[in-house]
Ligand binder design. Structure first.
Ligand code: NDP
Ligand code: OXD
Length: 309
């Protein structure tokens, strides 16, 4: 029986080492070096080639190498009978909290403008207001969105969150469902997207949403590039509906050289690094789920195929 990692263009040696440390008897293979496809019972995938998963006749479960699972649900070669799980880990949460707080501080305190001025030797001050004057709205109050929202509230921002179901969070106003989306947006200046990519959420960051935000408005997208309608973002920036955007994820990664986002001072770009899975922390989860899959037990952090997350 073997567990296979499938993540093209990624060095997986640390993952293999971390799993072997937990159980030296595990048979771990790294795609494309697979000895016998019949022996593969569990795959751990990130951006796997989309024609592969049905070539393992005894596959029981797949895990994402990260928190998102859209790369699995959009893979037609993944048989319906195969269970799906994902990674949930404290370091993913911690990194996301750091990233979002960092981005918001840069926006709130005008650091982006000061960095740009420094390159031109310009000494010029800009007004700023303290955290309590800023309304931050988090779309998605899941494993990542909830702690991000609570931390921002602790720092002093006015925070609200939007999800499918209502939440009770400390100092975070909760909005739920499409009925409450407009009220959530009307009360938001910095919109942070931490939604999973699903049929319902694809393209959600669009012009009609941007128009409902409080001004000056910013969008931070750390979820998936496909949440954002790229041409709507550019239109909203050019017509001052949005003041700026901070993006970590893109529909095509790496972002192509010719992409119009690169040349804009009001679009911040990071290369999908907001929160990165740490093999040593997550190895035990993978091993546990591998064993659960082999023994027919329900997986931890299982994905609901109906809900798509
Ligand atoms: P979760 O599955 O834990 O949470 C998803 C949240 O989104 C839930 O609160 C859910 O509502 C809400 N939601 C889902 N669909 C809708 C909808 N149609 N309308 C309103 N709310 C909705 O996800 P995580 O917090 O673990 O991760 C979120 C995403 O972040 C990942 O899917 C991934 O794409 C991205 N990510 C990006 C990283 C990066 O480095 N850039 C790193 C890690 C993750 P409810 O609570 O009511 O079910
Ligand atoms: C994830 C990611 O989903 O890094 O974990 O995007």
């Amino acid at each position: 029986m073997s567990l296979v990692f499938i993540a093209p263009n990624r060095d997986l040696s640390a993952w293999k080492r971390a799993l072997e440390q937990i159980d030296p008897n595990l048979e771990i293979e790294i795609w494309p070096d697979i000895e016998n496809k019949n022996r593969v019972h569990f795959c751990v995938c990130w951006n796997q080639p989309k024609h592969l998963l049905d070539s393992f006749p005894n596959l029981k479960a797949v895990s994402s190498l990260g928190a998102g699972i859209d790369h699995l649900l959009t893979d037609d070669s993944l048989p319906d009978s195969v269970d799906i799980c994902r990674v949930v880990s404290p370091s993913l949460v911690q990194q996301m909290k750091e990233y979002i707080l960092g981005a918001i501080l840069n926006i709130q305190r005008n650091f982006i403008r000061y960095f740009q001025q420094k390159n031109k030797k310009i000494w010029q001050t800009h007004d700023h207001s303290s955290a309590s004057h800023w309304n931050v709205g988090i779309m998605g109050l899941g494993e990542l969105g909830r702690p991000v929202a609570e931390q921002l509230a602790q720092v002093g921002y006015q925070v609200s969150g939007w999800s499918r179901s209502k939440k009770a969070l400390t100092n975070v106003r909760s909005y739920a469902g499409s009925d409450e989306l407009d009220s959530f947006l009307n009360n938001t200046q910095i919109l942070v997207c931490l939604l999973p990519l699903t049929t319902e959420t694809e393209g959600i960051l669009a012009l009609d949403i941007f128009k409902k935000l409080k001004h000056p408005a910013w969008v931070i997208n750390v979820a998936r590039g496909e949440h954002l309608v790229n041409e709507d973002l550019i239109y909203a920036l050019d017509s001052s509906i949005l003041q700026g955007a901070w993006l970590d994820v893109f529909s095509k990664e790496p972002l192509p050289n010719q992409h119009p986002f690169w040349n804009r001072d009001n679009i911040m770009i990071t290369p999908h690094i907001a929160s990165v899975t740490e093999p040593d922390e997550v190895a035990q989860q993978i091993v546990d789920n591998y064993k659960r899959a082999l023994s027919g037990m329900p997986l931890n952090y299982a994905v609901d195929r109906e809900k798509e997350y």
